[in-house]
Design a protein around this ligand. Structure first.
Ligand code: B12
Ligand code: SF4
Length: 558
């Protein structure tokens, strides 16, 4: 099927639905949260996607309504018909997207621009790949606060072919209360068939500086503990035994303040909590209090057996680290029924069979933990470390759809041939989600929901689905020359296998993906840094030259 490019499709004249209000121009605004990239949901996706909604699109909805605008909010979980459920008569469409949903976002932006709508992108993709996103959106937003949104809505103009990049100087200092965003939360939870999880946030940024992380350069900033208490009190009036997922990049940095805020709202500990927290924050006294306060699931990062020790607060390496971390994880499981341990595979500190074998030993020694494996990924300008990979020419231009830590590893490994790496990956994944490992996990887990979740995740897309996918890639490395050379040389020619998957993922919307939206420049971050450095050097040179000029004896009359 021929895909129209942005420029070839004549733009329908802007059909404005703007009205004037005493507060200024009243806009009709669409807000779309892309929780998934395709209508092809796994069983786990069908049951859980609505629980993965982002907070910012809801926050944006509140800010826009408070400014007097009309808002249509939609969280896309994979089951909605995007061509029908979004109103046609919009002034602006905001899309929140992770990089894996970028191509879906680009297709939608193209479609809505054809309908005369101004489009704006925010979220992880906009922060990581602003240069690329600017080719497809009128506005691309980094840090977003009320002032940025106000300025955008006042201007509300097409910026084509290159969108306008906007960003606040820092993360917002305040967010609306849960009560204010409740109608958006409620609409999304109505789509969750069984378990319903409410997204909350109490802090932004992180005091740690893990060089691979998007928040390593963002100052830690709590959002106000009294509001947190108020939010939880409000929630308890709405849902009897709610489940809350904390979206804080690193939950519990101001541990005592957090616990006091929760205890003040919920002394009977009826709320069940889920949080991402580093192992270094999960000491036994902290766990005692977390259990008392109803924490049911924790997601600490282990990352690697050789490096990144600052997160797990250990200087140990290799098998010593495996033993210590598995004891720590088993201790956590005595207090909290569900734990997901996050690993990054393919890091430069890894070499040979050992790192994979060590992870298998961890699976044996801490059988109750659900292991989540991420392939080393450089998300554009997410982290300072990515410059190093780009400088070394190691970043492969896998289309965005595949950049979700699983469907592609876009950094060439330092110490493995691809075939060797995939052999280890398949072996480790198969080991971790074998019948034996699933049974041992079941036996080591307490509580109905944690046990059910562990089994569901293992037999669905995250366990068995991934084994199948990695096996396919491993086979293609042997049998498909295009795939092999794409992995090796990162050529611009996308192998048919990947093209087919994009087409399948986008379904009906594939026809709207502009031809320029298929591939991207994987080194855009490096280029912008280098050209920025070149400009700075030029300016320094000019300043030096001016300083060397003899001073004028008298000011020149104007
Ligand atoms: C909480 C979290 C989750 C939660 C909640 C996800 C969600 N829907 O928000 C869960 C556990 C579900 C999750 C899942 C995943 N995550 Co996650 N997650 C995070 C984490 C830890 C915090 C993000 C956060 O909410 N911050 C607080 C918000 C307020 O701040 P912010 O994100 O900086 O947002 C600012 C701006 O970007 C902007 N903004 C944000 N959204 C929007 C939307 C609009 C419309 C606008 C205008 C502006 C805007 O305004 C904010 C204020 O300035 C980050 C890592 C980190 N340390 O930041 C990873 C991170 C965002 N996740 C990541 C990934 C890869 C994933 C998964 C693909 C992992 C996986 N394989 O399953 C999935 C994808 C889920 C999905 N919806 O597609 C990557 C994203 C990289 C990328 N470019 O895509 C990150 C950066 C981690 C990393 N690897 O570096 N994640
Ligand atoms: S502790 Fe977590 S959130 Fe903080 S910088 Fe490291 S990886 Fe990022």
């Amino acid at each position: 099927m021929r895909r129209p490019s942005c420029r070839k499709v004549p733009l329908v004249p802007m059909r404005s639905c703007t009205t004037a209000t005493p507060h200024g121009t009243r806009r009709t605004i669409g807000i779309l949260d892309l929780v998934t990239k395709s209508p092809r949901n796994s069983l786990y996706g069908r049951l859980m996607n609505a629980n993965l909604a982002s907070i910012m699109p809801q926050v944006l909805g509140v800010w826009c309504e408070e400014a007097g605008h009309r808002v249509h909010y939609l969280c896309y979980t994979g089951t909605e018909n995007l061509l029908e459920e979004l109103p046609r008569e919009l002034d602006v469409l905001f899309i929140g997207a992770f990089t894996q949903a970028a191509q879906l976002a680009y297709a939608l932006s193209n479609l809505f621009r054809q309908r005369g709508v101004i489009t704006a992108l925010g979220g992880p993709h906009a922060r990581c790949y602003p240069e690329d996103a600017q080719r497809h959106f009128d506005y691309v937003l980094g840090f977003t606060d009320r002032a940025v949104v106000r300025e955008l809505l006042e201007e509300c103009a097409p910026h084509r072919p290159t969108g306008r990049a906007m960003s606040a100087a820092r993360q917002p200092a305040e967010m609306p209360s849960l009560a204010a965003r409740w109608k958006f939360v409620e609409a999304t939870l109505a789509k969750a068939p069984s378990i319903k999880i409410v997204p909350m946030i109490g802090s932004l940024g992180c005091p740690y500086t893990c060089s691979f992380c998007i928040d390593s350069t963002v100052d830690y900033q709590p959002l106000g503990f009294s509001q947190l208490t108020e939010d939880l009190r409000f929630l308890l009036k709405k849902i009897r035994r709610p489940i809350v997922a904390w979206h804080d990049p690193n939950f519990g940095v101001r541990f005592d303040d957090y616990m006091e805020a929760i205890e003040a709202a919920d002394p009977a500990a009826t709320i069940r909590h889920i949080a991402e927290s580093s192992l270094s924050l999960l000491s036994e006294p902290h766990l005692v209090r977390l259990r008392k306060n109803g924490f049911q699931a924790l997601l600490p990062g282990i990352e690697s057996w050789y490096d990144l020790g600052n997160k797990s607060k250990t200087r140990l390496r290799g098998m010593d680290k495996v033993r210590q971390v598995s004891e720590h994880v088993n201790m956590i499981l005595r207090y909290v029924p569900y734990i997901q341990t996050n690993f990054v595979l393919g890091l430069d500190c890894d070499e040979g069979t050992e790192p994979f074998e060590l992870t298998k030993r961890f699976v044996d020694l801490a059988p109750g933990a659900f292991p989540a494996y991420s392939l080393l990924s450089a998300f554009g300008r997410a982290a300072p470390l990515n410059l190093q990979y780009q400088r070394a020419g190691r970043v492969i231009p896998f289309p965005f759809t595949f950049l979700n830590n699983n469907h592609a590893m876009n950094v060439r490994p330092a110490n493995y041939r691809w075939e060797e790496f995939y052999d280890h990956l398949v072996d480790l994944t198969a080991y971790s989600f074998s019948g034996r490992a699933i049974a041992r996990r079941l036996a080591a887990t307490g509580g109905v929901i944690p046990r059910w979740l562990n089994v569901l995740r293992a037999v669905s897309s995250e366990g068995w689905g991934r084994i199948k996918y990695h096996r396919t890639i491993r086979r293609l490395l042997d049998t498909d020359r295009d795939v092999k050379s794409f992995f090796e040389a990162g050529t611009d020619r996308l192998p048919a296998f990947y093209q087919g998957r994009i087409q399948r993922d986008l379904g009906d919307l594939h026809q709207f993906l502009p031809t320029t939206g298929l591939m991207h420049d994987p080194n855009a971050y490096l280029k912008s840094v280098e050209s920025g450095a070149a400009v700075a050097q030029l300016q320094r040179g000019r300043q030096r030259a001016r300083a060397a000029e003899p001073p004028a004896t008298a000011p020149t009359p104007m």
